[in-house]
Write a protein that binds this ligand. Sequence first.
Ligand code: 5GP
Length: 191
Amino acid sequence: MNLLKHAIKEKGRVLSEDVLKVDAFLNHQIDPVLMQQIGKEFAERFKEAGITKILTIESSGIAPALMTGIELGVPVVFARKRKSLTLVDDLLTSKVHSFTKKETNEISVSKEYLKEDDVILVMDDFLANGQAVRGLMEIVKQAGSTLVGVGIVIEKGFQAGGDLLREQGVRVDSLAIIDSLNNNQITFREE
Ligand code: 5GP
């Protein structure tokens, strides 16, 4: 997706050989026009899949997931990373080790919002080693819902998550795949 790749090149900052900072348009300040285009792109790709809900994880998955939800006309559920006083219903939970924060969180979703007849698109901002996506897939499994695929804004193709998921037969659609962040250079995978 060219608009996204342009934003990554112009506004992304390489923090190390495996971490990219995109606070200027996705992780802190949010570019609404870019998010709208991202939503349209995911909706186009998954429009035939019969999706009834999108599942993401707070906080940076919410913006792209919401825009996709608007385009597909389906609700967006986000897994919470911390226990909330209002999240007291029966919960679906799984553990996620955060690549950037180096801590393990128990993520949770109320059983009320994911049901057996739901058809789910899992979404997130980044895909690195696949921990966050796997945690969300575990929640889909516990709910007895059907997973149709995974929508990722930025995949770091040099980390194992995406390829492992694809090898297991999971449909993973990433709008930009980065092959390398070496030497402060962002190199995209050719489409
Ligand atoms: P994974 O669970 O696939 O190892 O990592 C994905 C999660 O870690 C995403 O939810 C994302 O928030 C965060 N993450 C992983 N790599 C990066 C990165 O290079 N930059 C930023 N900003 N977040 C990342």
